[in-house]
Every structure is written in C-alpha cells, then in structure tokens.
Design a binder for this molecule. Sequence first.
Ligand code: PDD
Length: 278
Amino acid sequence: ELVYLNGDWLAHDKAFVSVFDRGYMLGDGIYEVIPVYNGQPFAVEGHMLRFQAGLDAVGIGFDVDDLRPLLRQCLERSSLHGSDAAIYIQVTRGVAPRTHFFPEDVKPSVLLYAYPITLRGFENKLASVMISEDIRWHRCDIKSISLMANVRANNEAHRQSLAENLLSREGYITEGSHTSVFFVKNNTVYTHPEGHHILPGITRRVVIDLCGDLGLKLKEEAVQSDEVRNVDEIFLTGTTVQITAVTSVHLDGNEVFRTQDAGPITKMLQTAFIGKVA
Ligand code: PDD
C-alpha cells in the first residue's frame, strides 16, 4: 500500500518518520478521516474545514488546501477505484528536539493514505456498547492524534466484546470513543450540542440535516447518563460506522438498555443516508 509522506509516495514499509517527530514523541498533531463511497470522497468540505480549524487551534501552520490534489492522487494510486475506502490524513508539528513549548520554524510532517473499508451494510449492524467515564481533556472538539483516553476506553469495551463506549462526563453522555451518539425519545432526536466536549462530527451534521429534511424533531441537548435506560432508540454516527443502531447498553456489568432491532427513526435516517451516499 502506498502512502504519501512529506512530498513522496512510498511503499508503507519504506515510509519512515524521525524519532524526534513531535507526533511520535508528544502526540503533537491533528488527524482527519474521510470516507470514500464508490470512489467518491464524501463531505470533503466539512472534513477540510474541521481539519483546518484543528490545526489553527493548536498553531500548526499548514494550509489544508495543499491536500486537495493528494486526495485524488491517493485514490488513483492505491487501486481503490470505484470501491469503498477511507482516507487517513495526519499533520504533526514536525521534527525538533523535544520541548514542551512549540519550536519555531519547523515544517509540519504530512501523512496521507487511503485504505479499503466496508461502508455498505451498516444498516444491518447492531452495536452493543458500554457506558464509560469520559476522562478526556476539555478540547474534544480538536481532532488531536493524542487518543490515549479514547483508546483506553474502547479497549475496555473490546475486552467485553462490546463495540463502543458511551462516554459520560459529569452525568451526561457526550459521544463515543470514535463516534457521535444520538438518542430518540418520544419521537424527538437528541444529540450533545457542539462545544469543547465533543468532536463536531461530520456524519453527525449530515444526520442533523437529514432530521430537518425528514421533518423529525431534533434537539441538540445532552442526555443524562441515568436516562439512557429510558430512551426509545440509540444510534452511533461516524465515518467508520455511518449510522449504526445500538441495541444493548452495559453499565457496571448490568444491561441497562436493550432492544431487538434498529428503531423506526434510526431506520428512517439510515434509508435517507443511503440515498445521500449512493
Ligand atoms: N472518528 N467523535 C469522535 C471522538 C471521533 O473520533 C469521531 C470520528 C467522531 C465522528 O466524526 P465523523 O462523523 O466526522 O467521522 C465523533 C474517526 C473516524 C477515527 O478516529 O477513526
């Protein structure tokens, strides 16, 4: 598989970064993942805007417009023509002797590659999840490559054969370890408002817009962790899960929510989403 690294397309096992790359040493970088349906990158503008906002927020001087030709090239070069894929992009602050403050005059390191991923059939998947404490920092809106709290939480879910976490901060569900979270109660759709405690998910925004198109009532309001047991439907959204129904929620070893299948509003949104990406 070919990867783009700092100006060159290389075989992945021939692509190397310095041990002093601040991404490697300090987790000092920003990333983005873009889904590719049928060879077409989806919602590219939203992903690019979020990526630029993240880089700007941490003072990494990089213009995401420089990536545009690479997006096309990576699909052409990686023999993923017409198939489903994801594009991973990462920009770190660059290579410099290790300091906690930002070094001056360093060139950001750029990595980009596409890999095959199954995007179709998400509407047939059912996810079992667990509620975990959200111990992340207070800038979850920045798509930082430092994902220790996320991977630690999701590993705990994985150990229990569960797919994802519903992260709970101060009694409210924020989002998942790598997905956004939606609830349905009494025909109203709920999701945590944007701000410093969630990533502004691109799929989340598409789903919010679909709620508008379908005439569904939507509130960008957080749901209390204690209320999860009383909701009618739960679903996850994200580049790697599209819209996946949650049919089981575990908390401290007990199952606090269970349904047989995706709920009616989840299914409506899934059908509408398929229409958008087809
Ligand atoms: N994860 N929340 C978090 C914490 C995420 O990491 C992601 C995406 C999302 C969904 O955002 P979007 O709809 O823009 O993909 C929400 C990516 C795919 C990842 O880390 O692999």
